[in-house]
Unconditional design. Structure first.
Length: 113
């Protein structure tokens, strides 16, 4: 699962395929990545400023340090039928968020009562 943060929050986890032998990542065409621009759902496709390919999955390469490069990423806002942006991108791994224990969650819930 991957989550994109474009600075506006609203990203949702989405499934990707990882091939550790070929060192590739695959994102199914039309994947909803959340409300990352603040205008409703955002769908990912292959594309540049002249076209959007709605048939081909996005495929990127994974470096040994975990960096991911995906070229020709096209972002589509379905609520507006609007082609938001197209770019080549490099993703870097961030640390995992700490998970609170059930006891900590229960304590917070008690304080809010």
């Amino acid at each position: 699962m991957v989550t994109i943060d474009a600075g506006s929050g609203g990203g949702i986890p989405f499934k990707v395929g990882i091939d550790t032998e070929a060192m590739t990542i695959t994102i199914p065409t039309g994947t909803d990545v959340g409300e990352i621009y603040g205008y409703g759902p955002t769908l990912m496709y292959v594309g540049d400023y002249s076209y959007i390919d709605r048939e081909t999955d996005l495929v990127g390469t994974i470096s040994e340090d975990g960096t991911i490069a995906i070229d020709e990423v096209a972002m589509w806002l379905p609520n507006y039928a609007y082609y938001w942006d197209a770019f080549n991108t490099t993703w870097t791994k961030t640390g995992k968020k700490a998970v609170e224990s059930n006891a900590a969650i229960e304590l917070k819930a008690e304080r809010l009562k």
